[in-house]
Design a protein around this ligand. Sequence first.
Ligand SMILES: [Cu+2]
Length: 533
Amino acid sequence: MGAGAPAIFLPSQAAIFSKDSIMTHQPNRRSFLGLCVATTAVAALAACTPTPRIEAGAARILPTDPIIATYEGRRASTGKTVSQSLTAGPLSTTRAGRDISTWGYNGSLVAPTLRGTVGDQLKVTVDNKLTESTSIHWHGLAMRNDADGVPGLTQEGIGAGTNYRYDFKLPHPGTYWYHSHVEMQRERALYGALIIDDPQEPLAYDKEWVIVLDDWMDGVTGTPDDVLKELSGGMGNMGGMGGMDHGGADGPMAMGHMLMGATSDFLGGDAGDAAYPLHLFNGTSAEKPETFTAKQGERIRLRVINAAGDTAYRFGIPNQKLTVTHTDGFPVEHTEVDAIVLGMGERIDALLTVGEGYTPVLALAEGKAQMAYGLLSTGSGTIPARADLPTALTGKVVDGGQLTADPSVNLAAKTPDRVHELRLTGGMMSYDWGINGHRFDMANPFENTFDLREGERVEVKFVNDTEMWHPMHIHGHTFQIGDTGARKDTVIVRPQETVTVRFDADNPGQWLFHCHNAYHAERGMMGVFSYVN
Ligand SMILES: [Cu+2]
């Protein structure tokens, strides 16, 4: 922290938490003191960019600032409320003959799908029956900062045995999801779909199928914390394995929780770090795939969410095109593809016309020689056996970051006011992922922030200095890739690639950004876009 920089203090803990707490809730002052810090390293940072200098000591716009409520008041309102109770707790179930013990919402491996219309007030009560604190992040929503669900940055964690209410307006239509934002918790079953309907929906279709994909290991081969611990040892510590080929021709191989030789040309090399025994399609596995019933010739809107921790999915239907209409909730120029690859955190919407009989809907674990799948059925024909399903999807294969925005959601032409270069750094050897060589520390979130001001057009260059791809996610904003690329909140950045995105700083507060590989994020590939006055 720079000497002489004035500290910023919260108005009072009571003022922050009484608003949303619905029962006795004792905030742990010490753990929230992350907010009581001064602007740091700002001068050094500004010197790196051709953008207006932010003076040291400029006050941060905290989630407790009255401006957060002012901005919320400007968002459209229907006057309607959508309410949901979510109890986070332990649960046990069985998939593919394996006993699973994990943590989820409302006692189920599949959390409720939350659904409302733009302008509805979403009120979600979280009852924490876990043995540790939790939170919920609303992935993809440009919503009020104090409901963003990042403990230590936007709220106090919801303590074990307490409850808490999120209460905010649904700001824009599309396919989103929600998940815990505490350490490795979303690698359990603490996530679900969040769909926001458009009152002026332009797409015509007969039915809709929400599909949530996940790589699964918790309670089967270990816990996410076990995996993180093992990965954190780094490949540099695997003394006797120096001769192992990381791109083996024999396909991927699990070494404990570590996955060796998982490669993907599409992702530019190494496809993933972690071995998973199961891949789930709406919570179902291959022994009993989910079956969606429709009539031949009906148009189905698929809303596909990749909730995985370390797996990209190549999603498609053998011998049938998909028409991709949206990525990360925002419309794109309709694009016919044979398959689309979703990185962790990404979503796509696509239209498809139902054929006679059974249609397999495949989500191939990219580079991992595994899959999740579901079936579309018209009620006739024979159920395809798992062993007869294709294990490859080829032809025109894209990811959401390669699509073109529908012109209705292009950002207005404007020269960027501020440029932030985010170099993605670290590697498998010492598992030291970071941004610009800095490993983020959740206990000290204002170290090495990326500062900006309300009203600026911000350009972000994701420069991948690593040998692995990273799905980079920004909270509270939807950026545009290049000048005409898709509007997104999560984008795949391949090894040695630079992806330039821009967004309008129109949602004041403190906003996390991070790699959506759960292990990379937890080991430090995170940072904060910090609005200052
Ligand atoms: Cu990453």
